[in-house]
Design a protein around this ligand. Structure first.
Ligand SMILES: [Mg+2]
Length: 371
């Protein structure tokens, strides 16, 4: 089989205002994406998505489009899309980084391979190791304490038993926000905090000590990107599991995290890690070192969320039962782009068992969503 054509569709949609995210990396009120369509000489078509938050990964829908159209697509025409390792090798030879951009093309190749073999992608990854209904946590913006407490109660009412609270803005406000949420929801709800690299080691250790009474379950990305030693120091001193997210794009980063014993959990997802295959490599490496993984998110739309779901269902070390992940992206928006959207309700996301990624993109709708 050969790739014959690659098309790209920039799209931008609003985040539902009542759930818009504010973190140490700013406000997320609109979501830009690049949806890709790979055609083959067999007539099989694959869909992919680059989730392009430029403030987060350095990639925008325009850089993704340009890199694909000018660099990656010309290198991939004529290549067998079912040989994913070769697709990765060719893309890495043509351009460094551009994780979300490459992931869009890579997941489209998995989509094609699944359709060819008439199997969902999780079967191609080794078969389902857990239910297709994946438990999720709810991620809350860095609201003022009173608003955070009220919203937390509402989320618990929606069925969430794990809440993630954004911190890493102002340390005093961070502590007050988490304490207010704990007081509101009581002892039975798991609380996770995510600083998105907004604290340094001293601040993280001080805040976590002040929050000892709030019984945190997990501290996500307490310290700056690339600072493995600081994260390891926080982990040694706070007595709460630490998760690496913003600092782990590829296998080199994962190795450094393990070498520094910097974390108990690594957040992975196909977009951030450059594709399903590369994310799976990190999950396996972590497993060999006794480190758990779970699913992270950049507020993906329907296609990339499906790719995330397959990774969770196909790999044992995606420990979503212990560390519920972020897999609600489409729910944050009113606009959907596939004909059979993933079922996201009551704190979980159910992944399709149809072949490939299991989602069918409404291609005709995309030009109307062009930014
Ligand atoms: Mg995070």
């Amino acid at each position: 089989m050969e790739i014959t054509r690659i098309e790209t569709f920039p799209a931008e949609i609003a985040v539902r205002s009542e759930v818009a995210i504010t973190s140490s990396r700013g406000k997320h009120v609109r979501s830009p994406y690049l949806i890709v369509r790979i055609e083959t000489d067999t007539g099989l078509v694959g869909a992919g998505e680059a989730t392009t938050m430029v403030r987060w990964s350095g990639e925008s829908c325009w850089t993704a489009q340009s890199v694909i159209e000018r660099v990656l697509a010309p290198a991939l025409i004529g290549v067998d899309p079912t040989d994913i390792a070769a697709v990765d090798r060719i893309m890495d030879g043509a351009a460094v980084h551009n994780w979300f951009t490459k992931a869009a093309l890579e997941m489209a190749c998995w989509d094609i391979r699944g359709k060819l073999e008439d199997k969902p992608v999780y079967e191609l990854l080794g078969g389902p190791v857990r239910s297709r209904t994946v438990p999720a946590r709810f991620s809350m913006a860095a609201y003022d304490p009173e608003t955070a407490a009220a919203k937390a109660l509402e989320r618990v009412d929606w069925g969430y038993t794990t809440l993630k609270i954004k911190v890493g803005t102002d340390p005093e406000e961070d502590v007050a926000r988490v304490e207010a949420v704990r007081e509101a929801v009581g002892a039975g709800i798991a609380l996770v905090i995510d600083a998105n690299g907004g604290w340094n080691a001293e601040t993280a250790i001080r805040c976590c000590r002040q929050l000892e009474g709030s019984n945190l379950s997990l501290v996500e990305q307490p310290t700056p990107i690339g600072d493995y030693s600081s994260m390891a120091r926080v982990r040694r001193e706070i007595g709460v599991p630490v998760m690496a997210d913003d600092t782990c794009f590829d296998l080199v980063h994962a190795r450094e995290l393990l070498r520094h014993e910097a974390c108990d959990v690594i957040s992975v997802y196909p977009g951030k890690n450059g594709g399903i295959r590369k994310a799976a490599e990190i999950v396996q490496l972590a497993e060999e070192h006794g480190v758990a993984c779970t699913i992270g998110s950049n507020l993906e739309w329907d296609v990339a969320t499906a790719a995330m779901g397959h990774l969770v269902i196909g790999l044992e070390n995606m420990q979503v039962e212990t560390y519920p992940g972020d897999i609600l992206g489409p729910w944050y928006h009113h606009e959907r782009i596939v004909r059979q959207p993933l079922a996201i309700e009551r704190a979980s996301c159910t992944v399709s068992d149809r072949p490939g990624l299991g989602v069918e993109v409404d291609w005709a709708k995309l030009p109307q969503l062009r930014p």
